[in-house]
Structure formats: structure tokens, C-alpha cells
Design a protein around this ligand. Structure first.
Ligand code: F6R
Length: 598
């Protein structure tokens, strides 16, 4: 949520370098963007509403030779997307960009207004800027004034800051919003994430909460929360800048869908025997959005097969309720980014309440990965599209391994189950690739969906969990309203939405639930619905042909793997539908990739 970059350069290219890095962060927010530059000791600001391309267009006629620059791409929290609310903000001697939310900004603002200060924007960030400026005017000490202000701020912030009288130095601090420092021979960076700077350097330092940094073009100094100077390890990123390119695909989302078969194949089949799962008799899976849906899929595998009671909780709810954690509760936190604010807060709460926390995370070195008792990385590679695809599948694949590990440790894993599982893992990559390559099939279905404003997804058992993910994919990228329902629950209210032509997508891959699900499909057909059935090759669909408008037949694989095929179909239906509606696939409106605010 909001991308930030700061660069102090040995050359006069800070502005162009900062903007090229900022483009790699656009997935974090794209309501407006801006850059502050130090040009011959003077701070200039350039801002534009909308995407970073608008900012580039705006500054293309300026000859900018900047030794230092801080830049920002915004996901609006306080105040509408506008140039006035865009960052950077400048008050007095201080210019800054901000990612996060200062929760007590109104009180601070009232106080500053009463002291005669004026604000031009509606943002909490300008208030933070004003407060640091106020403290600087009192103390004359830059680092001390930032610290004094941070002592008052509640909430989350990553704040790169430039002072008018020291325009070639970037000061920065972080709390609950990510910030790293990048080091190169040509200069030094601060950034929301390492991916942004990979074209320039792969050497970086992870900052922890309440750490401060002072960056010039040839020096980086890091300080702890008491402003004592500290040394920190310099890491080397193992990903290359190429992984952050579209590489010929029309969209990052499509590229990431195509990467899925390899990603899941690499994960599946591992046992996590370094964790003694027999110590636990119940699991809380806590996550947001698609990561929570991955947990829903896993719940069926964990309860039906590993025989362990599993509750799946939305992190924003979990963090504010009584969760009845006992010594035999295992908490599993799932997050692609590893920075989701609610998920991170839920992790902290669970730890405070004495739970052992296992995290399943993609981004190496992220806050959740660092704070969990144990982290299993999914190593899905960078995910740039806002709508997750390979991130989700990698979570499901990892949780599948967890379920199988528990079965093994409890003596519940039969050889025949393992034989089918391993045999199918060998085939899964090819089967998934074949499904992805059936693009014409999804395009034909998208043609029937894209003019509708409501779509229903129904299924039973593990398929009902896949429905939730399919429905979310459709609504977030095509802006069609959709609902996912456990098929048996439909007639308790929601079936009233089915009218002539209402699309109903039914998933029926679970053998013992097939007939019941088909009955539910028929109920929607009887009310005029357009019916698409997604099922497996072992089911006889000939005798229900009259009830079907379309059918997609999937290969039959182990029950542990089927949902990984189902979701590919759902992702591509959403993708092709969104294309027909002319939507912005990789950057859907109102969304951002990494949700670092509550
Ligand atoms: C949907 C999507 C979101 C994320 C959610 C959690 O396509 O991407 O629902 O799944 O914001 O994000 P992470 O996994 O980064 O915690």
C-alpha cells in the first residue's frame, strides 16, 4: 500500500532513477504519484493524479539534475486521489513521503492548528510532516526531531525525509510499514521493497521497526530506537530484475498464471518433519483475502484427512476477538506479501497469547516471516499482478504438504494415498499447462459472462472453498458482482437472485458430493440460470446434458491436488472476462497489492 523510494546519487540522475524504481512499486498503489528532488540545493516537487506515466508526462519537459530524490505512488487512505493529497508533502523545512497511517493524526493536527500551522491537504502524512517540522524548529536536531515525532505517532509509517538545509541526505524511519536500504557503488536507496531497486543493486539491509537511517550518496548510517548507531547485515537478493518483467505476456497476471504449474510442482511432496504437529489438537488458520481462501481449501484436507479440527479466520476479525487459544493450538498465518497489516497484527496477538505460530509466506525477509516462530517459504517468485494467482496456489500446495505431514506423523497416511499423490505430482505440471493452454475455451465462456452484473459460484466440500477464490478473482478484476455459496445453502435465500440467464458456475469434483451438487445445479437451471459445470472426467455428464449450458471436464487426480487444477480454470475465466470488459487487469481500481493498513 503506497510505494516509496528515495535515492541519493553520486551522479545527478536521482530523479530518473527514483522514477524508474517507483514504476516497479506501482502495484502498491496508483491513485497519484509524486517526486521531490534536490536540484542545486533547492527542493522541487512534481505531482500528478493517476498512474506514474502521468507524472512522467508532466516532468518530461523539465531538465532535472537532482542529487537526491524521494518519490511516492499512492493508495489513498486520507483524502481523495488528487494532486493536493499526493505525496511528497512539504511543511516548513521538511519534505517527506509516507506509507502507512498515522492513526492519531487528527489530535496532532488540532494541536498544530492551534499553534498557527496551516495544512493544504486532507492527509495524515502532511500532519506528520508538520509535526516533524515543528519538532525540528524546537530542537534544531534532525534525528532527534524525527524520533520525538515518532514517539507521538500511533499507527504505521515508513517515512523518507529531506530537510531543506541538508538536501543531499535522506533520513528515514519505519514502524509497521516495510522499508529497506539499498547500497550501490553509484549511490544509496531507501525503498518499500527490494524488487524496486534490482535494476541498480541487489545489496540491501532490512530495517526493523523503530530503526532510523541516514543515507547519503556514499554512506549509510543506521540507528536503533534510542538513536544509538548500529551495524546491520547486508543481504544479497537472489531474484533478478528479469523476474519483475512481463517477458512478452500481455499482463503480469497471465504470466503468473503460466508460472503456476512449475511453482506448485516444486512445492508439492515435501514433508515438514522438523515440526512436531502431534503436539496440537486444533489449528487456527489466519489470513486475509485469497490467502484466507487457501486456508479454507486446506481446512477440508486437514479435517477430512489429517483429522485435526481447523478453524479459518479472517485476520481483521481474529485480532479483535477472543480466540480461545490453548497450549494445543497451532496458529498458521498465511500471507504472500508477508506485510499485510491485519495478518501481522493477528500473528502478534497469537504469540502474545502463547501460541506457536507457523507462517506460510512468499516474500523472503518480510515482517510476518521474521516474526513467526517458524516460516515455510513458498518461493513462488515475485508476484506483481494485484490479483494473486501463483501466490494462492503456492499457499494451497504448501498447506497440502502440511496436511500430509500431519497424516504421516499421526500414522494416518496410507501407502495407496501416497502412491496416487506422488504419481499425480509427476503429471500435475503438464496437466496444469494443458489447462492453461485451453485459452479458447475460457474466451468462449467469458463471452457469455461479460455482459452480466451478477454471477454465482456454487460447490460442496472443498469445491465450496474454490468457489470463494473464483468469485473473488472475477469481482476484483472484472468488476462483476459475484457470490460464492455452499451449494446446499443456496436455497436458504440466495437462489432468489437466479433469473433468466443469471450465470451460475457449479464446481463438482468431489465424488461423494457429486449428485447432491448436480441437484443444486438443476435447481438453478429450473429458474432460468445459465449453467456452467466444472467437474472431473470420471463423472458421467451425459445424463444431465439437458441441464447444462457448458461443461469443463478436468483430469481426475488425487483429492489433494484437484483444487489446484480447478483454480486455474477459475482464474482464466475471470481473466478473459475482465479482458472483454476492458478492465485494467494488473491494477484493478481501488486495490493495491500489499495491504499494509488496517
Ligand atoms: C486477491 C488478493 C488479496 C490477498 C490479500 C492477502 O487476489 O490478492 O485478497 O490475498 O490481500 O494478501 P497477502 O497474502 O499478501 O497477505
Amino acid at each position: 500500500m503506497c510505494g516509496i523510494i528515495g535515492y541519493a546519487s553520486k551522479n545527478l540522475d536521482s530523479c530518473s532513477v527514483a522514477l524508474s524504481c517507483l514504476k516497479n512499486l506501482e502495484y502498491r498503489g496508483y491513485d497519484s504519484s509524486g517526486v521531490a528532488t534536490s536540484e542545486q540545493g533547492k527542493i522541487n516537487m512534481y505531482k500528478a493524479q493517476g498512474k506514474i506515466a502521468n507524472l512522467e508526462e508532466k516532468i518530461k519537459d523539465h531538465e532535472i539534475s537532482a542529487s537526491t530524490a524521494i518519490a511516492h505512488t499512492r493508495w489513498a487512505t486520507h483524502g481523495e486521489p488528487s494532486e493536493t493529497n499526493a505525496h511528497p508533502h512539504k511543511v516548513g523545512h521538511v519534505t517527506l513521503v509516507h506509507n502507512g497511517i498515522i492513526e492519531n493524526y487528527s489530535d496532532i493536527k488540532q494541536d498544530l492548528l492551534s499553534k498557527g500551522m496551516n495544512f493544504v491537504s486532507e492527509t495524515d502524512s502532511e500532519v506528520a510532516c508538520g509535526y516533524i517540522n515543528y519538532m525540528y524548529e524546537q530542537t534544531g536536531d534532525k534525528m532527534a526531531s524525527i524520533k520525538a515525532a515518532c514517539d507521538e505517532f500511533r499507527g504505521s509509517y515508513a517515512l523518507p525525509i529531506i530537510f531543506d538545509d541538508e538536501p543531499n541526505t535522506i533520513y528515514a524511519v519505519r514502524k509497521n510499514s516495510p522499508l529497506i536500504v539499498g547500497k550501490s557503488d553509484d549511490g544509496n536507496f531507501v525503498s518499500s521493497d527490494v524488487s524496486a531497486i534490482l535494476n541498480y543493486t541487489n545489496k540491501y539491509v532490512l530495517l526493523d521497526n523503530d530503526e532510523f537511517v541516514k543515507v547519503t550518496n556514499d554512506n549509510v548510517e543506521i540507528f536503533d530506537s534510542n538513536l544509538n548507531k548500529i551495524e546491520k547485515k547486508v543481504d544479497t537478493a537472489t531474484w533478478s530484475a528479469v523476474e519483475y518483467q512481463k517477458n512478452g505476456y500481455d499482463h503480469f497476471m497471465l504470466k503468473e498464471i503460466y508460472e503456476q504449474p512449475k511453482v506448485v510442482k516444486n512445492i508439492l511432496g515435501k514433508f515438514y518433519d522438523d515440526i512436531d504437529f502431534t503436539k496440537y489438537d486444533n489449528i487456527h488458520i489466519v489470513a486475509c483475502g485469497s490467502a484466507m481462501h487457501a486456508g479454507m481449501v486446506a481446512k477440508y484436507l486437514l479435517e477430512n484427512n489429517a483429522k485435526i479440527r481447523t478453524t479459518v479466520e479472517i485476520a481483521s476479525e481474529y485480532r479483535y476477538k477472543e480466540n480461545l487459544i490453548t497450549p494445543s493450538t497451532l496458529v498458521i498465518i498465511i500471507s504472500q506479501s508477508g506485510e499485510t497489516a491485519d495478518t501481522l497484527a493477528a500473528l502478534r496477538l497469537a504469540k502474545e497469547q502463547g501460541a506457536y505460530v507457523l507462517a506460510i509466506v512468499n516474500v523472503v525477509g518480510s515482517s510476518i516471516a521474521r516474526e513467526a516462530d517458524k516460516t515455510i517459504y513458498t518461493y513462488a517468485g515475485p508476484e506483481i499482478a494485484v490479483a494473486t494467482t501463483k501466490g494462492y496456489s503456492s499457499q494451497v500446495a504448501t498447506l497440502t504438504n502440511v496436511a500430509l505431514t500431519i497424516m504421516k506423523q499421526k500414522g494416518l497416511l496410507e501407502d495407496s494415498v501416497m502412491d496416487t499423490f506422488y504419481k499425480d505430482i509427476e503429471k500435475i505440471e503438464t496437466l496444469a499447462e494443458d489447462l492453461i493452454n485451453s485459452r479458447d475455451m475460457y474466451k468462449a465462456i467469458a463471452n457469455k459472462l461479460y455482459t452480466h452484473e451478477n454471477v454465482l459460484y456454487i460447490g460442496r466440500g472443498i469445491d465450496s472453498a474454490s468457489c470463494m477464490e473464483g468469485s473473488l478473482k472475477l469481482k476484483e478484476i472484472s468488476y462483476i458482482h459475484s457470490e460464492a455459496y455452499a451449494a446446499g445453502e443456496l436455497k436458504h435465500g440466495t437462489i432468489s437472485l437466479v433469473d433468466q440467464g443469471t450465470p451460475v458456475i457449479t464446481i463438482a469434483t468431489v465424488d461423494n458430493l457429486y449428485e447432491k451438487t448436480i441437484s443444486n445445479l438443476k435447481e438453478t437451471k429450473a429458474r432460468g440460470g445459465y449453467t456452467l459445470l466444472i467437474t472431473t472426467e470420471n463423472q458421467n455428464v451425459d445424463n444431465i446434458k439437458d441441464s447444462l449450458d457448458d461443461v469443463i471436464i478436468l483430469p481426475k487426480v488425487s483429492e489433494f491436488l484437484e483444487s489446484l487444477l480447478v483454480v486455474i480454470v477459475l482464474q482464466l475465466i475471470a481473466y478473459e472476462t475482465a479482458i472483454l470488459r476492458g478492465a485494467d487487469i494488473d491494477k484493478p481500481k481501488n486495490l493495491a497489492k500489499s495491504v499494509t493498513v488496517e
